[in-house]
Write a protein that binds this ligand. Structure first.
Ligand SMILES: CC(C)(COP(=O)(O)OP(=O)(O)OC[C@H]1O[C@@H](n2cnc3c(N)ncnc32)[C@H](O)[C@@H]1OP(=O)(O)O)[C@@H](O)C(=O)NCCC(=O)NCCS
Length: 199
């Protein structure tokens, strides 16, 4: 059974994963959600005005009222800058499974932050929420996303042709990845969680 604890603050070596707030709208807009280099790899289109971001944050912040809402902003510990977001979603009570998705602002790509955030959330999901399996899909023309999944131990299970149609009306083939709790814990069985819960 999944044990929901909402969205606790989580720390890794370089990152704080924390709840988003209304006052984050400008950073979210500037740092990733208005940038097509980031959003072209997601389903929803880049925001054209900050009012879209404000509206989205209203939904996210109200989501925190539910224990089964797990949505983190990714902040750099060194300077407090908000550089991305990551969430666990689509919880299925009959299987104990869920999915993960994430975005990191372009300016911070290829510095290991995506891997660090994904590993933290996978570690949290398996050790503290008792998730059975975590899955994700990425467009096959977005190999960086597959790379970080592979680095945290996820395994590619197949490719689904034309699985999505993006905001530019393009069909995309998607690679499906997943990892079982039992495999993750077996391979990370040093008794040390990768992340620390701060509240
Ligand atoms: C996917 C994403 C989160 C990765 O974030 P990141 O902070 O750059 O990730 P990391 O630095 O931890 O690792 C990226 C890895 O991908 C590799 N990579 C980057 N571009 C690549 C490419 N075109 N082909 C193959 N590998 C690539 C990097 O070399 C790195 O691997 P390495 O550490 O072995 O060198 C980021 O690119 C992103 O936000 N993309 C847009 C949104 C998105 O794709 N979300 C996921 C939707 S499923």
């Amino acid at each position: 059974m999944i044990m929901y604890e909402g969205t606790p603050k989580i720390e890794t070596k370089r990152l704080t994963l924390r709840r988003l707030e209304h006052i984050d709208a400008q950073s979210v807009y500037d740092n990733w959600i208005s940038d097509e280099r980031v959003t072209d790899n997601r389903i929803n289109a880049a925001h054209k005005s900050i009012s879209e971001t404000v509206e989205r944050l209203v939904k996210i912040v109200s989501g925190y009222d539910s224990k089964d809402f797990c949505y983190w902003g990714v902040e750099l510990k060194s300077c407090g800058e908000l550089i991305g977001e990551i969430d666990l979603y689509n919880f299925d009570s009959s299987t104990g499974n869920c999915e993960v998705s994430y975005s990191i602002g372009y300016k911070w790509w290829k510095q290991g932050y995506g891997t660090e955030a994904l590993r933290a959330v996978v570690d949290y999901g398996f050790r503290y929420m008792n998730i059975h399996k975590i899955s994700a899909a990425h467009n096959t023309d977005n190999p960086a996303s597959g790379k970080i999944m592979s680095k945290v131990g996820m395994v590619q299970e197949g490719i689904i042709k034309h699985m999505i149609r993006n905001s530019k009306n393009q069909y995309k083939d998607c690679a499906i990845w997943g990892i079982l709790q039992e495999d993750y814990l077996k391979n990370n069985d040093n008794g040390q969680p990768y992340m620390t819960i701060k509240d």
